[in-house]
Design a protein around this ligand. Structure first.
Ligand SMILES: NC(=O)c1ccc[n+]([C@@H]2O[C@H](COP(=O)([O-])OP(=O)(O)OC[C@H]3O[C@@H](n4cnc5c(N)ncnc54)[C@H](O)[C@@H]3O)[C@@H](O)[C@H]2O)c1
Length: 408
């Protein structure tokens, strides 16, 4: 690997012999370290909190023991894999590595400072951030070779979730930058993951396209058109593994609201992404979901929802294909998901194929939005949105001009 001030244009292969450093060993960093170590890399762990990197290594040791007990690992493999995880005192104490993956606090100043330091200390390394909401171009801004920095957005938990969004911006548009992106994409694939490419757009693919799954449900429940449990049932009947109400209770209403607010702010408060009063009120009342014992639903000590009584007849009637889109939770949500996906692709931010892959793997949707669009008909989706736009003016339901250009 040659990527330095003398010759920034050359990048050699990232392979299992490449040493990796993971900076920030919390929920995401420790999972990413596990994936890399299981793929044969020596992984150096750094965390700003004293003892945190060692604690992450200890937790992974317990994980490997569990995998041995389940017959997924031999104890020799477990020992070897654990031996590949090495605790480093600090970024300054790291040996030269080929890849750094940063999973520290979600804060632009923290990440910029870290990468400014890493660029000096690791002249040959590809620099990757696991940011979920920050613009990777803003993180790279100020580096001498910003094309060394890419986004590798893993999903939680990294050991189990197959999807990785590989994020790039204008700062990657050099020969060396493109080479690094290709190599990182190949590496992620060799780690048994499914990479998709996306520009550094607010929310990337998954967190952007998924917004209406929550927003439409909250608007319908909020205005009293449907009961929460009935809405969840309608969505499960349509093939979603969980309804939006129970899912946001599981994620945490505060966490889901923060992601939605971040996308809304970063898109200049586009009404498409405006958070709902329904969710803001839940959060303000401390009804955060399962973790607080109360969210949309109330939970008992075993995490079982207590007031989730669904009306199956009403769920079926409202979501029947011929039911009006304004009060049809399934048609309304799907129209908005398709619209969002079509717009993202029309802006050149990702391919339709990658969007469908990302939504199926990142959110467990039974189909990708383009597959739904084909099935429903893109013109029908445009008509449904026009109806919604008339019912609720203000821009949220404006159809993407690209919808009318897509042919089934
Ligand atoms: N949790 C998720 O579901 C999720 C999913 C995808 C991406 N992300 C992103 O991954 C990153 C980490 O998230 P997390 O959930 O693992 O957080 P976390 O709070 O579990 O872990 C963050 C760790 O980073 C350490 N840290 C903070 N500042 C540091 C610094 N300057 N140098 C070294 N270590 C530092 C902290 O001590 C902590 O151990 C964030 O950017 C987040 O947005 C999170």
């Amino acid at each position: 690997m040659v990527l330095n001030d003398d010759d920034p244009s050359l990048a050699a292969a990232l392979d299992p012999a490449t040493a990796v450093a993971v900076i920030g060993t919390g929920a995401m960093g420790s999972g990413i370290a596990q994936v890399a170590a299981q793929s044969g890399h020596t992984v150096h762990l750094v965390d700003a909190a004293p003892g945190a990197a060692q604690a992450a290594r200890d937790r992974l040791g317990t994980t490997f023991e569990r995998l041995v007990a389940k017959g997924k690992f031999t104890s020799a493999e477990a020992t070897k894999t654990l031996d590949r995880l090495v605790v480093a005192e600090s970024v300054a104490a790291l040996p030269p590595v080929g890849l750094v993956i940063e999973a520290a606090r979600e804060d632009l100043a923290t990440k910029r400072e870290l990468f400014g330091d890493l660029e000096q200390r690791q002249p040959a390394a590809v620099l990757a951030t696991n940011t979920s909401s920050l613009d990777t171009s803003a993180i790279a801004d100020g580096l001498r070779h910003p094309d060394r920095l890419i986004g590798l957005h893993f999903f939680n938990p990294p050991a189990l979730m197959r999807l990785v969004e590989v994020i790039h911006g204008p700062h990657n548009a050099t020969d060396a930058g493109r080479e690094i992106l290709d190599q990182a994409t190949d590496l992620v694939r060799r780690w048994g993951k499914t990479p998709v490419r996306c520009t550094s757009t607010p929310g990337f693919i998954v967190n952007r396209v998924a917004r209406p799954f929550y927003g439409e449900a909250q608007r319908m429940v909020g205005d009293g058109s449907i009961e929460p449990a009935t809405l969840d049932l309608a969505m499960r009947d349509a093939g979603f593994r969980m309804g939006p109400m129970e899912l946001t209770d599981l994620i945490g209403q505060d966490v889901n609201l923060a992601v939605g607010t971040s996308v809304w702010e970063q898109t200049g408060r586009d009404p498409r992404y405006e958070p709902t009063d329904f969710q803001r009120d839940l959060v303000a009342a401390g009804r955060l979901g399962r973790k607080s014992g109360n969210g949309v639903f109330a939970y008992d000590a075993n995490g079982i929802a207590q007031n989730a009584h669904a009306d199956a007849t009403r769920a079926a009637t409202l979501s029947a294909a011929e039911s009006p889109v304004v009060t049809n939770p399934v048609a309304r949500t799907l129209a908005m998901l398709v619209n969002e996906a079509v717009d993202l692709v029309a802006r050149g931010e990702a391919t339709a194929e990658d969007v469908d892959t990302a939504m199926q793997l990142g959110t467990n949707y039974p189909k990708g939005p383009f597959a739904w669009g084909q099935e429903i008909g893109f013109d029908t989706v445009a008509d449904q949105l026009a109806t919604l736009d008339r019912a609720f003016p203000g821009g949220r339901y404006r159809p993407s001009p690209a919808l009318r250009q897509r042919r089934p």
